[in-house]
Design a protein around this ligand. Sequence first.
Ligand SMILES: [Zn+2]
Length: 190
Amino acid sequence: MTLLEEFLKRNEDFVNNQEYKAYATDKTPNKKAVFLTCMDTRLSELATKAFGLKNGDIKQLKNAGAVVSHPYGSTMRSILVAVYALGVDEVFIMGHHDCGFGALKPQPVMEEMKKRGISDDTFNTLEHSGIDVSDWLKGFDSVEESVKETVNNVKNHPLLAKSIPVHGLIMDPETGKAELVINGYQATEN
Ligand SMILES: [Zn+2]
């Protein structure tokens, strides 16, 4: 059985057994918050369960490293849509210790791309188009600095209302303990 077949089979059972009833909710988040967390597998459920959150409580976004690096990329757009169209009043940016993206070195990733058939020509073409793939793939040295930078990028986005708090946290991926890096209420008062 392929992974796709396995997933589809499980899905059929899920629906037939009406397991969805345990997740019934609506589009509006109960807690009026959007969380941006890392796509790390350890955080799949931990990131919400560690705050006692259940299905329907918050809007969740995930990407590699929980970073907003481009002001007009899809992650920032999702945050803005959450605020202006989906009832969100607060933004939470949550990185984590031992982050695979933080430790990411661009060179081995690019070598892996080449091994799988991405040609040097492609890298050259991108470079001529002003896209530095190495820089684009680069992780971060400190998760704390990364969280602060992303909070800053979101907080100072020209399209985000000044009244919206943007909090910064770091989670321990084993225990789920969250450390507060930036209290968005304080930053909003200033
Ligand atoms: Zn991570």
